[in-house]
Design a protein around this ligand. Structure first.
Ligand SMILES: C[S@@+](CC[C@H](N)C(=O)[O-])C[C@H]1O[C@@H](n2cnc3c(N)ncnc32)[C@H](O)[C@@H]1O
Length: 274
């Protein structure tokens, strides 16, 4: 088995093989994170020699996608960090009279729970129909799930407390059609979100967003790559627009005087141009 020691002895070779054979772009991922994920993956596969990786790829080419999925952590949940949603709703309410409407982008939306959560709260404030919401991710499987809007009833029940802390006013279950153990988000919410595959930092930037939400994604990347991702987001913001990160991320290591921290509790930055 490859433990972290064994991996660190062979990691250069392993990364080289993975890059060559899988055509997976490993640049930019945080070294420690990458090593942990690769070690975990190869351990699961019973691989302990770099040469075995070559055999695995030649005999089972489909595992390219499996490895890519392994590198992408897609964990998410409804109303994760509820106070972030409370703050974001305040920002959206302040923009509700904008003639062009409010443009919101969830970058790294995973299975859509984050975008569903905000859309539900926007609906309660009667501003959902003034918003254009994009939600993008690099992971096709997560996006397929996001577009279906299906969650387990257990997950919904376990997030009712967070929904209320986020400012939710009614009953969370009202937004879902219940079906056995699962619940499907009502189309009045789901159809307001446009899901698309998009790799932040690589694919074309978007334009003129008022609010970009990118939480629990930067953390997996090295500083130089984070800069690239943040630059792509900044280029997609309108002047005065906001970027919201998670409570474990910040732009501290990113020297950009135009992105000002306006809420240190929620790690929200504003694009201010002199
Ligand atoms: C841990 S999840 C976070 C989901 C959600 N934002 C949240 O905070 O609950 C990170 C997501 O970012 C996506 N991701 C990672 N790098 C990306 C990139 N460069 N462009 C788009 N999505 C990316 C992953 O596929 C994953 O679904």
């Amino acid at each position: 088995m490859i433990d972290s020691f064994a991996l660190s002895r062979t990691d250069l070779e392993i990364k080289k093989i993975v890059k060559e054979l899988y055509a997976v772009n490993l640049d930019g991922y945080h070294e420690l994170y990458l090593e942990r994920r690769l070690a975990h993956y190869f351990q699961k596969k019973g691989i302990d020699q770099p040469s075995m990786i070559r055999d695995l790829v030649i005999n089972q080419p489909h595992i390219t996608q499996e490895l890519q999925r392994e590198l992408q952590i897609t964990y998410t949940r409804l109303f994760r960090e509820p106070s972030f949603f409370r703050k974001t709703i305040q920002l959206a309410k302040a923009l509700q009279h904008k003639k062009s409407g409010i443009r919101i982008w969830h970058a790294g939306c995973s299975n859509g729970s984050e975008a569903y959560s905000l859309a539900i709260l926007l609906k309660e404030e009667n501003i959902l129909d003034k918003c254009t919401i994009y939600a993008t991710d690099i992971n096709r499987k997560a996006l397929t799930d996001a577009k279906r809007g299906v969650l387990s009833i257990k997950e919904i029940q376990s997030t009712i407390g967070d929904y209320l802390t986020a400012g939710g006013k009614y009953h969370l279950t009202e937004y879902f059609n219940l079906n056995g153990d699962s619940a499907v988000l009502k189309t009045s919410i789901l159809n307001q979100i446009q899901f698309a595959k998009h790799e932040l930092g690589k694919d074309h930037p978007f334009h003129e967003f008022d609010i970009i939400i990118c939480r629990n994604m930067l953390i997996y990347y090295q500083n130089f790559h984070q800069q690239k991702l943040v630059y792509a987001m900044k280029n997609s913001l309108c002047k005065g627009g906001y970027i919201g990160l998670s409570n474990c991320e910040s732009l501290e290591g990113i020297a950009d005087s135009q992105l000002k921290l306006i809420d240190s509790g929620q790690n929200i930055y504003q694009y201010l141009v002199q």
